[in-house]
Design a protein around this ligand. Structure first.
Ligand SMILES: CCCCCCCCCCCCCCCCCCCCCC(=O)SCCNC(=O)CCNC(=O)[C@H](O)C(C)(C)COP(=O)(O)OP(=O)(O)OC[C@H]1O[C@@H](n2cnc3c(N)ncnc32)[C@H](O)[C@@H]1OP(=O)(O)O
Ligand SMILES: Cc1cc2nc3c(=O)[nH]c(=O)nc-3n(C[C@H](O)[C@H](O)[C@H](O)COP(=O)(O)OP(=O)(O)OC[C@H]3O[C@@H](n4cnc5c(N)ncnc54)[C@H](O)[C@@H]3O)c2cc1C
Length: 673
């Protein structure tokens, strides 16, 4: 039998090999859990190996040393080469394979086809008629045209009902007139809009006979297909550098009374007839499908970002030695410190949890998508509630985890050589895009308040909120749990979420009864409402984790996942325990029990720590991190990495002659006086 940890190679740093030899599970079998099948895990590695054989697909130099223009160019260069090899490298109908290819070759900072793949094609698939698909979708899939999704404006992103871009129907010519009447109405932010794309699905407020029908989607050609010059009545450009994503040309767009044919409105579900008659869609929010598509996939991308930074931090912590636990022994790996373990291991568990919750979400999304094709919309509300809560909670917790990973690497974590700061910048965009987190928590809260009302009226609720009508224990039985049974933990999470949901509900009802208008009462309760949404979502994540562990057959994998789940439940419960202490559901003694279980878990995870992160099978090429190198040889490579700095091209920089020398000369002269 070979090594259980599949990353062991001759010549690796002995400290990291020592870690890998301790693995109690097969890391490639664990990858099958993370990526949802052994085949998917195999394919990732096959794609990485194939990419490594194509020299033009390697980074020309470490990305942090590139200017913004070079980053944009480098991503486009690779997309060009990828286009030639695409069919040999991946199954182009498999989103996970494409995403992996993107991560290995290009990385998270963006590429000209990102929004094309993530939103433009999905919006056409969901909202275009067959005729429209023939005209644009098939060309888009062959990359004859490149598009984006242009919705957000300088003045409005969250409140779609107030988008200022108008699409006014002109019955006489059977055209829509698209117009950006103000500075704030300019589209602002859409990815790849600035320089890369020649088409966009523009979301604009539909006006027919002076009546406002709200946001609708329109296909707009932005640039000439040959010269790439902006077409008449269109101003388009890049919005400038951002916190991260700087290989992406997020753009602005001003439409000056641009006329497009009536048939450019995406009309699969909704219609404007020649005479201006408006035909409603089966569900008012069907046109929001592209956003729901991205939200449904965000758990997995966030899990990936979190796992990437933890891979870097845990591997580095296993070769970084500093300080003593026993003064008579050599300096220890920093991974031995309980504080380091407490800083990193709960986030490893979260990365796994997000991936499992993500798999369930994508399954529901696929079902709803299929239903919608035939006009069936019953599950749309459930999906919207679930994805709204998850996108908010998962992006926020990912942000916390990545920052802890960075800090756990000490000074070198702050260097771009760790690459963690770039991953952080990319990941935290997710707190904002696809619906600002608070806004989306409040969307989930609407759903929760409806469910709470039904329960108060004596009705039984089911599905995601079924626990609201289930029996509840006054006191948690958490310290009377047989080992490896998580029911009492999950019941405690249920209790906490239920209490908070009803607390918010009662507060809202009280204000409404006192005569406050609904929107004002809602605003005055909104902090309580967002708390309810977070607790409900964290319950879902814990349940999804437990469901996955329950389903695993392989004994060693199950045991290893069980250890992570145990850590997860205790850590998360401590994080939200104040809610259960308030009403005496948990007592002080039980808090001690949870704490001691948490510390026990850290010890149990420790020997497998490197293997838990190795199981994500993130290659050096995709991690782009000196600290996270698979072989553990960090220090000599840190020194090599610094040689890329353009400041090192000469021993003496011109600034010395220009500024520093005169400064020192004059100081010396003065001190002689
Ligand atoms: C060569 C090959 C190479 C290969 C390489 C290939 C490359 C490929 C590789 C790619 C690499 C990856 C790169 C990734 C890059 C990152 C991408 C980042 C993208 C970021 C994009 C964006 O950032 S894009 C803009 C998103 N911008 C929002 O996200 C706005 C939020 N704002 C709202 O979304 C609405 O404004 C908001 C709040 C719902 C209120 O909407 P509203 O006012 O209309 O509605 P109300 O609030 O009044 O609600 C009325 C009732 O509607 C219900 N409802 C609402 N929505 C519903 C829904 N969707 N489904 C069902 N029901 C829904 C609600 O629950 C109520 O129900 P009830 O009445 O029963 O309670
Ligand atoms: C990296 C990145 C990529 C993007 N890509 C695209 C793209 O491809 N296409 C596109 O169309 N857009 C894109 N966007 C825009 C993005 O979708 C919006 O910025 C996002 O939806 C937030 O909207 P906003 O900017 O209007 O925030 P605002 O709504 O102005 O948020 C500001 C504050 O107001 C609060 N707030 C707003 N409304 C409420 C409310 N009702 N209740 C309580 N609090 C509220 C928010 O919580 C927040 O604290 C991108 C943004 C980023 C950062």
């Amino acid at each position: 039998m070979g090594n259980l940890n599949k990353e062991i190679r001759d010549g690796d740093h002995p400290d990291i090999t020592e870690e890998r030899l301790k693995s109690t599970f097969d890391t490639h079998k664990m990858a099958a859990q993370i990526y949802n099948s052994q085949r998917a895990a195999d394919r990732r590695n096959e794609i990485t190996s194939a990419v490594l054989k194509i020299p033009e697909l390697q980074d020309i130099k470490p990305l942090p040393f590139l200017s913004r223009e070079e980053k944009v160019e480098e991503a486009a260069r690779k997309i060009g080469i990828l286009s030639e090899h695409l069919y040999d490298l991946v199954n182009v109908n498999d989103g996970a394979e494409l995403y992996h290819l993107n991560n290995v070759v290009i990385g998270g900072e963006g590429n000209p086809l990102a929004l094309h793949g993530v939103m433009f094609i999905p919006v056409l698939q969901a909202q275009a008629t067959d005729e429209q698909k023939k005209k644009w979708l098939y060309r888009a899939m062959k990359r004859e045209i490149i598009g984006t999704y242009a919705q957000t404006e300088m003045g409005h992103g969250s409140n779609l009902r107030k988008l200022e871009t108008t699409a006014t129907y002109d019955k006489a010519t059977e055209e829509f007139v698209l117009n950006s009447p103000t500075t704030t109405s300019m589209k602002w932010w859409p990815g790849n809009l600035g320089k890369s794309t020649n088409y966009a699905v523009v979301v604009a407020t539909l006006i027919i006979n002076e009546k406002d029908y709200g946001p609708h989607s329109f296909m707009v050609q932005l640039r000439d297909e040959n010269t790439h010059k902006p077409l008449p009545n269109i101003e388009v450009g890049d919005i400038g550098p951002k916190m991260a994503y700087n290989a992406t040309d997020n753009g602005f767009l001003k439409l000056n009374h641009l006329r497009i044919p009536r048939t450019n409105m995406l009309m699969k579900h909704v219609k404007v007839e020649k005479d201006g008659t408006y035909i409603k869609p089966p569900h008012a929010k069907m046109s929001y499908s592209a956003m729901v598509h991205v939200r449904a996939h965000m758990n997995n991308t966030m899990a990936y970002f979190l796992a990437s930074s933890l891979t870097i931090a845990v591997r580095y912590s296993s070769i970084r030695r500093q300080g003593h636990i026993n003064p008579k022994e050599p300096e220890v790996k920093v991974l031995e410190y309980q504080t380091q373990q407490h800083r990193l291991f709960p986030h490893i568990a979260r990365a796994y949890a997000f991936s499992f919750a993500g798999a369930e979400t994508v399954r529901l999304y696929e079902k709803v998508k299929k239903d919608m094709e035939s006009g069936e919309t019953e599950l749309m509300a459930d999906l919207h509630a679930l994805t709204s809560g998850l996108k908010s909670v998962v992006t926020y917790l990912t942000m916390q985890g990545i920052e802890q990973a960075r800090q756990s690497c000490g000074g070198h974590g702050y260097s771009m050589a760790s690459y963690i700061s770039e991953i952080y910048g990319i990941a935290i965009g997710g707190c904002t895009y696809e619906g600002e987190n608070m806004v989306m928590l409040l969307q989930l809260a609407r759903y929760l308040m409806k469910a709470a009302k039904a329960v108060k009226e004596g009705k039984k609720v089911e599905g995601l909120v079924g626990y609201l009508s289930a029996p509840d224990n006054r006191h948690s039985l958490i310290d009377r749990t047989p080992e490896k049974s998580y029911d009492t933990y999950l019941k405690t999470f249920e209790h906490i979420a239920r209490q908070q949901i009803f607390r918010a509900f009662d507060k809202l009802e009280k204000m409404l009864t006192s005569g406050l208008p609904h929107s004002e009462a809602w605003n005055k309760c909104s902090v309580e409402l967002t708390r309810a949404s977070r607790l409900h979502t964290r319950l879902f994540i814990a349940q999804a984790f437990a469901r996955r562990v329950h389903d695993v057959v392989d004994f060693h994998i199950k045991e290893a996942l069980d250890d992570l789940l145990h850590l997860h439940l205790n850590y998360e419960l401590l994080d939200v325990a104040s809610y259960a202490l308030e009403d005496g559901h948990l007592c002080g003694e039980q808090m001690n029990f949870i704490r001691s279980e948490l510390y026990r878990s850290l010890g149990k995870i420790r020997p497998n720590a490197v293997s838990y992160v190795d199981a994500w099978e993130l290659s050096d090429m995709e991690l782009r991190s000196v600290l996270g190198r698979r072989d553990g040889h960090v220090y000599e490579n840190l020194y090599k990495w610094a040689q890329n700095s353009s400041l090192n091209r000469t021993d003496v920089l011109p600034v010395f002659e220009k500024y520093l020398k005169p400064l020192m000369m004059s100081a010396r002269k003065n001190s002689k006086l």
